[in-house]
Write a protein that binds this ligand. Structure first.
Ligand code: ACO
Length: 369
């Protein structure tokens, strides 16, 4: 059997309309635009409104990615939503997305590797495709971190923003796509960045609420030191695994956490900043959504074109870190008549209502016992 390759054939992003600037933050906590920008490179971030959720942003990004790929949602066989801010502990946010886009033949699950999650998910989907376990996969990174941030803690509330990005991965005999990946973790550093309460270890209680343990806690300095080291290491390792050198890499797309971390990584790699994608000034740290959002903007700006090699590299809570090396291709020829995603979305809603109705009728006929 000829080898299969996993190509990125569709991409999309969605960010809330509401912008929170550094000056806005300075009205809430003791900080300034000068402090935030000089320490992080962030100018503003997007904040979800009360109607927007991790799933709704994910659906919008997914819809755009499917449109670029000209792929019918019914042809998807796998949906991975990478998120640290799922809608519920269960059901998985991926299942909500599956229902809303009408991906009737897809398995769907969430993946949690914090800001490294998208890199992990791209690797998982590409391995599934290469081993014949999947043909058309949808990978989404989506976050509403604004709901887990303590808006009184200036150490953390200045960093994060909301948003989503998605890739469609498809099988092809043509060489290219995801060429190599590196995934790493070090749980001994789990305490450096966490949301301590709300899981099974410390269920939410009056005490945990009082202590603010349901908010993001971070040791910024330690995370900073860890990040600068692992971004360089993971990039080198994934480039080496693909038998390439840094000279072959046209664009580096790092996790958008901090301008100084990104610059330190570029220095460590001896790689020019002109070839590094940075857009954190406008979105802040959107965790697992930051890489696909940066990739979509790089594509829109013509900084990533077919035939280019790009490295996606990330670090995050866990601790986790990793990288993917991708030979960029673009959409494959459509497999069937294109369906307007907006129209299909309406059908998906009707189908979902009918499925619920069927369950109620079955319950009525057969009883609930
Ligand atoms: N405004 C003004 N002053 C501040 C602010 C603020 N927003 N935040 C902290 N300070 C103060 C501190 O209180 C401290 O004052 P002190 O010396 O009197 O105690 C001083 O500024 C210096 O604080 P540091 O923590 O040393 O500042 P640093 O230069 O390290 O920058 C930062 C802090 C921006 C958080 C940095 O450490 C960082 O970016 N770390 C990495 C964080 C990160 O990337 N996290 C995301 C990981 S990805 C994921 O999985 C979610």
């Amino acid at each position: 059997m000829s080898p299969r390759y996993a190509h990125i054939t569709g991409w999309g992003m969605a960010v809330p309309e509401e912008i929170l600037t550094n000056d806005d933050l300075a009205k809430i906590v003791d900080t300034s635009d000068e402090w935030i920008f000089s320490r992080t490179g962030i100018r503003e971030r997007r904040i979800a409104n009360s109607d927007q959720t991790t799933a709704s942003l994910a659906v919008e990004a997914a819809q755009r990615a499917l449109e670029v790929a000209s792929l019918h949602p019914g042809d998807l066989d796998m949906i991975i939503v990478s998120t640290s801010t799922p809608e519920f502990i269960f059901p998985a946010t991926a299942c909500i997305v599956q229902d809303r886009i009408g991906a009737v033949k897809a398995g769907a699950f969430d993946l949690l590797a914090a800001c490294t999650g998208f890199v992990y998910a791209v690797n998982l989907a590409s391995q599934a495709i290469k081993s014949n376990g999947s043909t058309n996969a949808l990978v989404i990174g989506s976050e509403t971190l604004s709901r887990f941030v303590n808006w009184k803690d200036r150490n953390t509330c200045i960093l994060f923003g909301d948003g989503a990005g998605a890739f469609v991965l498809q099988a092809s005999d043509e060489p290219g796509g995801v060429l190599s990946s590196v995934l790493r973790s070090d749980g001994s550093g789990g305490n450096l960045l966490s949301v301590p309460a709300g899981g099974s270890r410390f269920p939410v209680s009056m005490q945990s609420l009082y202590d603010g343990l349901h908010y993001i806690q971070m040791n910024g300095r330690e995370v900073f030191r860890f990040a600068t080291r692992v971004l360089t290491e993971a990039t080198y390792e994934t480039v080496e695994a693909a038998n390439l050198t840094m000279d072959d890499i046209n664009l580096l797309i790092p996790h958008q956490a901090n301008q100084r971390i990104i610059e330190a990584a570029a220095r460590g790699l001896n790689y020019p900043m002109e070839k590094v994608m940075v857009n954190l000034d406008r979105y802040g740290n959107t965790s697992t959504a930051s890489i696909p959002i940066a990739a979509v903007e790089a594509l829109d700006q013509g900084r990533l074109t077919p035939g280019d090699h790009t490295v996606l590299v990330a670090f995050g809570a866990g601790l986790t870190w990793g990288a993917n090396l991708i030979k960029w291709t673009g959409p494959l020829p459509p497999t069937r008549r294109k369906v307007s995603p907006a129209v299909y979305r309406r059908f998906a809603r009707i189908r979902s209502i009918l499925a619920r109705l069927r369950r109620r009728i079955e319950g009525f006929i057969w009883g609930n016992g």
